[in-house]
Design a protein around this ligand. Sequence first.
Ligand code: ADP
Ligand code: TMP
Ligand code: MG
Ligand code: ZN
Length: 191
Amino acid sequence: MSGKLTVIVGPMYSGKTTELLSLIEIYALGKKNYLVFKPSIDIRYSEEHIVSHTGLKAPAIKVTSSDELRKTFAEHAGQLDAIFIDEIHFFDENIVQIIEEIIYSGVNVFCVGLDMSYKHRPFKTTVQIMGIADEVIKKKAVCHICGEYKAVVSYRKVDDTESEIDVGGMEKYIAVCRDCYNKLTGRFKGN
Ligand code: ADP
Ligand code: TMP
Ligand code: MG
Ligand code: ZN
């Protein structure tokens, strides 16, 4: 039987990693076999764990590319019930096909990532994985400006970079609602 693909998306601080950690705990309590992956670029809180903004964590295998993930998975072929991947937006797009192969080998896959960059543009890898998912959970955060529980975008407080990839936390990014994002950036005309 094929596995199931669950994708958890949303802006920064929306509880994506916390939700992934809860799912990992369910598998751990059930004594299931699983692997947890993170991209090696993410050195924000730890190189060897996935870590939430509140400090909750779980050990993880860091991989430099989707191909490294595929190879590590292949070493455990036939033994796994699930894999968990944090920060999927940092992966190259080949991860999409690799995840498809993993699901069809009967393993459940849980992915977490940003759906939008601070430039309000979809992150390609995340969006492609959402397109093939069985279930997409879209989370929101509390808007850092107005305090409403409707933040769907991450706003960059410091100078923009050329790349939309830039690891960081509160020193660089806040979660905001659409109205506050537009007030801060003036990007969309509105009425
Ligand atoms: P994500 O992986 O989506 O960035 P985490 O699961 O690591 O989120 O962290 C979620 C936690 O971040 C919340 O439980 C809360 O304690 C904290 N937090 C900080 N700022 C906010 C915010 N603006 N809205 C919601 N939670 C926030
Ligand atoms: P988080 O969703 O767990 O808070 O982590 C998001 C990571 O992605 C964090 O290291 C900052 C980074 N990031 C980017 O690289 N580009 C972006 O546009 C945004 C919003 C975050
Ligand atoms: Mg996170
Ligand atoms: Zn707001």
